[in-house]
Design a protein around this ligand. Structure first.
Ligand SMILES: [Zn+2]
Ligand SMILES: [Zn+2]
Length: 126
């Protein structure tokens, strides 16, 4: 699987022991507080879900063009909870929480905050 290949190449702790089933957990290998973040990629043109992966620290589509409409423009949405319908499409990012421990009820944030989160996430991988 593409994501695992990426993680293995990277020497930084990838928090592999943090279960994807929880929202937050402390990594037993490095002690950081980790937030599991799920992202779904969709075609910006027709809205169909497309398979995504992490490449060079960015979430990218596996296919260059939408299988449904041929568009090459995609959008990324963060989802609060993974479900069995989305699991084949979703990308899991284990993000280190650097600020004070977040209140879980405040983690369902508005779209502005999510955009900031994605920006932080991308910076973290650079
Ligand atoms: Zn770790
Ligand atoms: Zn499309």
């Amino acid at each position: 699987m593409m994501i695992m290949e990426y993680l293995k190449r990277n020497r930084v702790c990838q928090h592999d022991k943090v279960s994807p089933e929880v929202d937050f957990a402390y990594c037993p290998d490095c002690g950081e507080l980790i937030e599991n973040q799920w992202f779904i990629m969709r075609c910006a043109c027709c809205g169909v879900k497309v398979r995504a992966m992490i490449k060079n620290g960015e979430i990218v589509a596996q296919d260059k063009f939408c299988h449904n409409c041929g568009s090459s423009i995609y959008t990324i949405d963060r989802i609060d909870k993974i479900n069995f319908i989305d699991v084949n499409y979703a990308v899991l990012v284990k993000k280190v929480v650097t600020h004070e421990r977040p209140d879980i009820t405040q983690s369902w944030v508005d779209s502005t905050q999510r955009a900031n989160d994605i920006r932080l996430l991308l910076q973290q991988f650079q």
